[in-house]
Design a protein around this ligand. Structure first.
Ligand SMILES: [Ca+2]
Length: 517
């Protein structure tokens, strides 16, 4: 008998399975770190998230693995940084050779389901099937038993989702619809005494924003209509969180259900983007811009865009005092509003321990009795099971972040960062050093004051990054290489991927050369 099967029998005999917690991972889309009532965000009230925070572990330094959508989602489901998994950037699919969190739960006897935005297959285009049964990377192909999902965004009004591959029309607020469907699913599993692992990924508050008149009304006298709609989307998210928690209460499972709420990347910028045609007829993107200064504040997001080519920045600032937004490797691009509520396992507390989406898989292995072999041996997260009980003084393993042309390396209070907007993209050594405790807004680059700290962190980052490049080339898979995805190549994605692979192969090969010297 395999050791894992023997272990499962022992667990079953000792009654551990009877205590398996239900696990629900909930993720907002583009919700900024500051955008909750409990952080005092102006105008907005989030009574349900506030109550969840009072009743659970509020994690004030929780980091998305990347400042954009697809990469962070890949990190949640693999415990690995995005570049190891094939999901390098938005629109790229996760390698099916990855060991998935969904599969790990399935093998531990859980019913597994995904609801909402998926984005681990491709970009997604308007009007296409939300997620067809023959997509080689739909949730069912990556470990989920049941799914009601769509490749990309869905919003208020009429929208389609794919139920296990079959398109279905829905009406209402997208956030509330997927929560209602998830609660229905959970109820059915509870009736069969099955523990559940449910992943709920909202498509809000990602732009373009559309909320009900009732939800935007409190904000119209305070901010422009675009921002009011964004705030209204968070009101709907918060209300749906209330429905979820009430649903768990009604099913009698709230006590031993772990609900982990976070967001996938930083909030939307507060500066405008102007998109216009240049005199030569080419599309020009001007950022930052102040194109909304002359606009009627009553224009919606779509009206401002179609009439004036102006993507309005949102008000108030979605990341509060943190520097940067979505796509940035500064704190505002990566830190997420995060709460873990699990009455049977967590006493209410606020934690400042640095942790992130890469830690979810190792943590869930510990608390849900998943097999230790269910995660790829080469992974980036650590288990937070101890952090659920008490506040450690330090995180012993620093945290690495890299995606597209930016990166960040975080060792407790210190970080070095090369943001994506630096002029010399090829010069990795052009980085900044910040102490994010003493200088939470990252206003003072102290590389020259603490050159030794900067050099130590850079050395660590380089070693980690080399290991990530090896993984990206397939070194952690039994086949030793990345197998074809099974997807018809999208020319743009294909070209970008090919460029990355070439760059990483050169990097890995150069390191082998220097090993031999
Ligand atoms: Ca996002």
């Amino acid at each position: 008998m395999k050791p894992c099967c023997l272990l499962m029998l022992l667990f079953a005999a000792s009654g551990v399975f009877a205590k398996q917690p239900n696990v629900i991972l909930v993720m907002a889309d583009d919700m900024g770190w500051a955008q909750t009532g409990y952080y005092g965000y102006p105008y907005l009230k989030t009574p349900n998230l506030d109550d969840m925070a009072r009743n659970g572990l509020r994690m004030d330094r929780f980091y998305a693995a990347a400042p954009s959508c697809t990469p962070t989602r890949a990190s949640v489901l693999t415990g690995r940084t995005n570049d190891r998994t094939g999901a390098f950037r938005v629109g790229q699919s996760i390698n099916k050779q990855e060991k998935m969190l969904s599969t790990a739960f399935s093998e531990a006897g859980y019913a597994t389901a995904h609801f909402g935005k998926w984005h681990l297959n491709h970009v997604g285009r308007k009007g296409e099937h939300p997620l067809p049964a023959d997509d080689p990377h739909h949730p069912g192909q990556l470990g989920f038993d049941y799914w009601l999902s769509t490749t990309s965004g869905f919003d208020l009004g009429e929208f389609e989702l794919s139920r296990n591959g079959t398109r279905e029309l829905f009406h209402g607020d997208g956030s509330e619809v997927i929560i209602a469907e998830a609660v229905k699913y959970i109820g059915k599993q509870v009736a069969q005494e099955k523990p559940v692992f449910v992943v709920i990924w909202y498509s809000a508050p990602h732009g373009p924003w559309t909320a009900t008149d009732e939800d935007i009304e409190p904000f119209l006298s305070k901010v422009d209509r675009t921002s009011a709609n964004m705030l209204g989307e968070i009101v709907a998210i918060d209300r749906s969180i209330g429905h979820l928690r009430q649903g768990l209460e009604d099913l009698g499972i709230a006590d031993n259900t772990l609900v982990w709420f976070t967001s996938d990347n930083g909030g939307t910028p507060n500066t405008d983007v102007l998109i216009r045609e240049s005199p030569a007829g080419e599309r020009e993107i001007i950022y930052p811009s102040n194109c909304s200064d002359d606009l009627d504040p009553n224009l919606t997001h779509d009206e401002a865009m179609s009439l004036h080519g102006c993507l309005r920045g949102v008000d108030p600032d979605s990341t509060g005092h943190l520097r940067g937004f979505k796509k940035d490797f500064y704190e505002g691009g990566l830190r997420e509003p995060t709460i873990v509520e699990w009455p049977a396992g967590i006493k209410p507390r606020v934690s400042n321990f640095p942790s992130g989406t890469v830690d979810m898989f190792p943590t869930l292995i510990d608390i849900a009795g998943l097999s230790a072999d269910s995660i790829n041996k080469v992974h980036d997260g650590i288990s937070l099971a101890e952090v659920f009980k008490t506040e450690p003084a330090r995180r012993h393993q620093p945290m690495g972040f890299r995606a597209s042309d930016g990166w960040m390396w975080l060792d407790n209070d210190w970080k070095i960062v090369k943001n994506t907007d630096y002029k010399d993209e090829d010069n990795d050594k052009q980085y900044e050093l910040f102490n994010v405790i003493g200088d939470p807004s990252e206003a003072q680059n102290v590389t020259d004051t603490y050159p030794d700290i900067a050099a130590r962190l850079y050395e660590q980052y380089q070693q980690w990054s080399l290991s990530v490049s090896r993984s990206a080339l397939g070194a952690d898979y039994p086949e030793g290489k990345v197998l074809p995805t099974g997807r018809k190549p999208d020319p743009v994605v294909h070209e970008r991927r090919a460029r990355r692979f070439k760059q990483w192969a050169e990097e890995v090969s150069a390191s082998k050369g220097s090993d031999q010297e």
